[in-house]
Design a protein around this ligand. Structure first.
Ligand SMILES: Cc1ncc(COP(=O)(O)O)c(C=O)c1O
Length: 726
């Protein structure tokens, strides 16, 4: 497949200047019963906090919250605003919770990205979509914000630098980026470039990843490359030769066969290898990927195997080559005490190995630093109950205290955080095609008259209509039960052949209208009775988005991951609809029916009334980690377009690179179709139809032209969406 890269699109599009919403962005946060993060992550914890306090604080937060999806309720709004403002939208979608100062809403009601977290220095997402549209690029589109990525790398580096300074730690810090988290060439290149001055390295988990990394890092031989994953002889020979070339490359042993191969190739090529070992800690892993460590872990050596490695090397006078100890506790670790416990066990092993004569230099704590996807800053699985500075302080302090206790020099701390580096830099934007409303049906004032041959109205229909007409807030639950019973009865009668299709359809319509009436009454109350809670989601609309969940947000389908999803415009308008989102694949799993909320997981998202003459763009945020690589070709919907957007620091943004998404031709060739053969076949069939006078020559040409342009077109719906400016 060839992707067309269009570098350096000129014509910068000016953004709006500073505005009220941004000024407000850093004003008082929304009132809540428990602490929610403020706009800037750094402000949430002083790095002077000793980790004993750190742990206490984390524990306090952890006890104030629960690890499940149920979290403490926020204080109800006592006086609802009569007029909807952008601040209401900010609050509703918890933008400042998960946005961490990188995302906000401007006074126009559009979502803005603040790539450097500088108030006023922002990019209006709607203007990006419009800018792309002017350049012929339609949604869905994945937008990468390069400056945000750079800022994030700086923040991670700074958090560790602060913790190192604060605790007078004598070792250094190196962040290595595991390229599997987002292998897109442009993303890896940027991390390499921005990470240059920060001393960051790269991590690979396979031979293809190593080949990519070696080819792009020739000018930075001193930068650390960590090689994880299973390795056969050829992979290890390659690592050995790369070391001979002068690269700082450390293979991390996953089993004892690899060790023997490393020693064998080191002898053959006459080098002194650097060797790392992945240990399988007994501390259970955390979160959804907790089996990455602990008794049933797939990777890593047991403690006795680690000692075997040391003995094997010692027997050859190579114990000094054993330089790095690594563990990986799982991804999206949501509790800081898990970090604390895991790092503690890793350092304890490290100091013992150092004392036994291993040449220990690097303590590699693996990946796992989480992202606060719902902005609640709790121990919920798609949140984290710690901040970046707290994570760094925990790792540094734990390493320092154990090493000091045992009189071992402080190691260089290595992290393999991937998600934490790249999740925030990407936003997926898609257009809405249509919206389906279950409560749209109009119910007549009277039931229709009996038709000839019908002797009486079916009883369930009469009962449903009666319930519908007489909804009263004093008997809501009872009336809901009545409606359910009558509807079940109508379904039974229909199955037995005692009710006709018109009456059955009317029963259904009246049932849903009754539910809608009951739901509307519930909305007037402070609390909805538990029995009626599901009505909101049952009656929610379905908005159809021009995207494939399987291609662009696969973790929503695979692991029920939550991402912030909200409209990127009209946020100065009250969203009056509650909806789930369905994609354009022919698969009922291709939908989003769980949405972030600072207090719970919502079964719907608030959206605006859909007008098919107006564009309605929805954004999925924090999608930069894992999604692009894991996405698949369900229904042959391919990669979306990708736009790399940069900010010039003075109010302008520009499109630095566009990588066009898959054309139909590309996805067909992935699954081994020869497009030319297909086209030739269609042409032949058209000719035959002309010969048989089934169609005219002009009609056959139209069909061929449509076929050809379809083959070269985008795999998503290519609709002519009007400009949002009208
Ligand atoms: C060995 C290793 N290192 C690093 C990572 C990256 O983890 P994360 O993206 O959670 O930081 C992974 C991911 O699972 C991994 O397996």
């Amino acid at each position: 497949m060839t992707k067309q890269a269009i570098p350096q699109v000129p014509n910068p599009v000016p953004t709006t200047s500073a505005h009220k919403a941004t000024a407000n962005a850093h004003a008082a946060p929304a009132v809540t019963l428990f602490s929610t993060p403020t706009a800037t992550e750094e402000t949430t914890m002083s790095t002077s906090m000793k980790p004993s306090n750190v742990t206490a604080t984390a524990a306090a937060i952890a006890t104030a919250t629960t690890p499940s999806e149920t979290r403490p309720l926020r204080a109800p709004k006592t006086s609802p605003d009569p007029v909807w403002t952008t601040e209401d939208s900010v609050d509703l979608y918890n933008v400042r919770g998960w946005g961490k100062g990188f995302f906000d809403v401007n006074t126009k009601g559009n979502v803005v990205v603040l790539p450097t977290r500088t108030p006023g220095a922002e990019i209006d997402l709607l203007s990006v979509v419009e800018g792309l549209r002017e350049r012929g690029l339609k949604t869905p589109v994945l937008v990468h914000f390069s400056d945000l990525l750079e800022k994030r790398l700086n923040d991670i580096h700074q958090a560790f630098a602060n913790a190192i300074k604060e605790h007078n730690y004598k070792g250094e810090y190196i962040g290595v980026y595991p390229i599997k988290v987002n292998q897109q060439r442009r993303v890896v290149e940027e991390i390499r470039q921005y990470g240059m001055k920060l001393g960051f390295g790269l991590e690979v988990g396979s031979k293809p990843e190593l080949l990519a990394v070696l080819g792009m890092t020739s000018d930075t031989p001193e930068r650390l490359i960590v090689c994880n994953g299973f390795k056969e002889a050829r992979y290890i020979e390659f690592i050995t030769l790369a070391a001979k070339l002068g690269r700082t490359i450390i293979p991390v042993i996953e089993n004892l066969t690899e060790l023997k191969l490393i020693v064998e190739y080191a002898e053959r090529y006459q080098i002194r290898p650097r060797i790392g070992v992945r240990v399988n800690l007994s501390t259970p892993g955390a979160g959804r990927w907790r089996h990455s460590s602990g008794a049933k872990a797939k990777f890593g050596l047991s403690f006795s195997e680690v000692l075997e490695v040391l003995e094997y090397l010692r027997a050859r006078g190579m114990e000094d080559c054993f330089e790095l100890l690594h563990c990986h506790m799982g991804s999206q670790i949501h509790e800081v005490r898990q970090v604390n416990a895991g790092v503690n066990e890793l350092v304890r092993t490290y100091v013992q190995l150092a004392k036994l004569g291993a040449g220990m230099k690097y303590l590699d704590v693996g990946g796992g630093m989480g992202i606060d996807y719902d902005g609640s800053q709790t121990s919920f699985e798609f949140s984290t109950n710690y901040t970046l500075p707290e994570y760094a302080a925990t790792v540094v302090y734990r390493a320092m205290s154990v090493c000091d206790e045992e009189g071992v020099p402080h190691p260089t701390i290595v992290t393999e955080s991937g998600r934490a580096m790249v999740a925030q830099q990407s936003v997926l934007i898609f257009d809405t095609i249509t919206a389906d409303r279950p409560d749209r049906t109009r119910i007549p004032n009277e039931l229709p008259a009996l038709k000839p041959g019908e002797d009486e109205m079916p009883r369930p229909l009469l009962e449903l209509f009666d319930t519908y007409k007489n909804i009263t807030e004093r008997r809501l639950i009872e009336q809901y039960h009545d409606a359910c019973e009558a509807r079940d009865e109508s379904s039974r009668l229909f199955s037995l052949g005692y009710m006709n299709l018109e009456h059955r359809a009317l029963c259904d319509a009246i049932y849903w209208a009754t539910c809608a009436k009951i739901r509307d009454k519930c909305r007037e109350f402070h609390e909805t009775p538990e029995e009626l809670e599901d009505l909101e989601s049952l009656l929610s609309d379905t908005y159809f988005g021009n995207l494939s969940i399987f291609q662009s947000l696969p973790d929503i389908w695979a692991i029920r991951q939550l991402f912030p999803i909200l409209p990127i415009h009209r946020l100065n308008e009250k969203p009056t609809r509650k909806a789930t989102i369905a994609d354009i694949t022919c698969d009922s799993d291709g939908r989003v029916d769980r949405f972030v909320d600072s207090r719970d997981v919502k079964k719907f998202v608030e959206l605006h009334e859909f007008d098919e003459n107006q564009p309605y763009y929805i954004g999925a945020f924090l999608v930069g980690a894992y999604q692009e690589t894991l996405g698949d070709l369900h229904n042959l919907f391919g990669d979306t377009h990708v736009a790399h957007v940069k900010y010039d620091g003075s109010g302008n943004w520009w499109i630095d690179e566009i990588i066009e998404g898959d054309a139909v031709r590309d996805v067909l060739s992935y699954v081994h179709y020869d497009v030319n053969t297909l086209l030739a076949q269609v042409r032949r069939e058209c000719e035959k139809a002309v010969r048989l006078k089934q169609m005219t020559a002009a009609e056959s040409q139209s069909l061929v032209r449509i076929y050809e342009s379809g083959i070269n077109g985008y795999t998503y719906l290519e609709r002519d969406i009007p400009s949002s400016e009208g």
